[in-house]
Design a protein around this ligand. Structure first.
Ligand SMILES: [Zn+2]
Length: 126
């Protein structure tokens, strides 16, 4: 979900919370893929036919691929959420995370926002 669309639909705090939940769900997937990788490595010594070894190699590759993808996704979502959160403080009154979107949401950064406390407007680079 794009930043502007998420802020308009849920508000900044809910958007931020959802981003953190999404990123940590990817971390859990990374941990499961590590378990799959360890299981495939352990099973490699027990299989003797080439069909079983091929299946084990495919499982090992799938676990490694999913693990790398989910780790990359976890780091991206977490760093993006933190990058936006570091810009969520109103420069005029220092109120954190209480702003509304100015205008219609667009996919192009920056996102223009307005403080609910003092009506100051600033941009958030996404
Ligand atoms: Zn303000």
């Amino acid at each position: 979900m794009q930043l502007a669309e998420g802020i308009q639909r849920h508000g900044f705090r809910k958007w931020y919370e959802r981003q953190l939940l999404r990123s940590h769900a990817h971390l859990v997937l990374t941990l499961f893929s590590v378990l799959g990788l360890m299981g495939a490595l352990e099973a490699a010594s027990r299989f003797h036919t080439w069909q079983d070894q091929l299946t084990d190699a495919l499982a090992l590759l799938a676990s490694a691929g999913i693990g790398l993808w989910s780790l990359r996704r976890y780091l991206y979502l977490l760093s993006h959420a933190e990058y936006v959160a570091n810009q969520a403080r109103c420069p005029a009154c220092a109120t954190y995370g209480r702003f509304t979107l100015v205008g219609a949401p667009s996919a192009e950064p920056p996102v223009r926002v307005c403080c609910r406390q003092c009506q100051h407007r600033w941009s958030i680079d996404a």
